[in-house]
Design a binder for this molecule. Structure first.
Ligand code: FE
Length: 191
């Protein structure tokens, strides 16, 4: 059974926090336990925002702050699917709702090329953070070879509208992109 009130309460919590104009570290500290609570119970995400696509991962907008101060997105990874190396340019939190994710962070070498850090496995219930301050370049993929995984992402802006970049690992060359969203309608938080 889908009980959307969990998501509605989370939206209210994030809105209250953002209203106080917190520093990035404060946002990460305050929202990490709240996102952990949200992904701890997997009964609220409506089915239409959990559908994998055969070709590429999907990013479903669940909620966007009207002032573009934050957004909440459901990422659905089919088997073998993952992102290119990319950045965000705002803070971001990733909470694994279903399955498992594999995350690799990247640093810049002196010659501009990228250096991969160790791969991290994010199990169901785990929350991880990215941001320009703590490391903003990464690639995420499904950690499970034969089933879908789903994670709930929260960003400090309207992530689907932000002009940002994907990267070539060998040269570090940036390619501008705007991700958009996979869905045309958002969940009814008041259902
Ligand atoms: Fe990302």
């Amino acid at each position: 059974m889908s009980d959307i009130s969990r998501l509605r309460n989370f939206v209210a919590d994030v809105t209250r926090l953002i209203e106080t104009g917190p520093k990035e570290a404060e946002v990460v500290a305050q929202l990490t336990p709240k996102l952990k609570d949200l992904v701890a119970i997997d009964d609220w995400l409506p089915d239409s925002f959990a559908v994998a696509d055969g070709k590429a991962y999907r990013q479903y907008l669940l909620y966007a702050d009207p002032l573009d101060r934050f957004s909440i997105v459901s990422f659905v990874w089919g088997p073998g699917q993952g992102t290119p190396i990319h950045d965000h340019r705002v803070w971001g939190l990733v909470g694994v709702l279903r399955g498992e994710e594999r995350s690799v962070s990247y640093d810049r070498n002196a010659d501009g090329s990228l250096r991969a850090g160790p791969a991290t496995r994010l199990q169901k219930g785990t929350v991880a953070a990215v941001s320009p301050d703590i490391g903003d370049i990464h690639a995420i993929s499904n950690g499970l070879p034969e089933q879908s995984s789903i994670s709930i992402h929260v960003y400090g802006g309207n992530i689907g509208r932000i002009r940002r970049a994907t990267f070539d690992e060998a040269t570090g060359a940036e390619r501008e992109f705007i991700s958009g969203y996979s869905n045309r309608t958002v969940p009814n938080l008041w259902a």
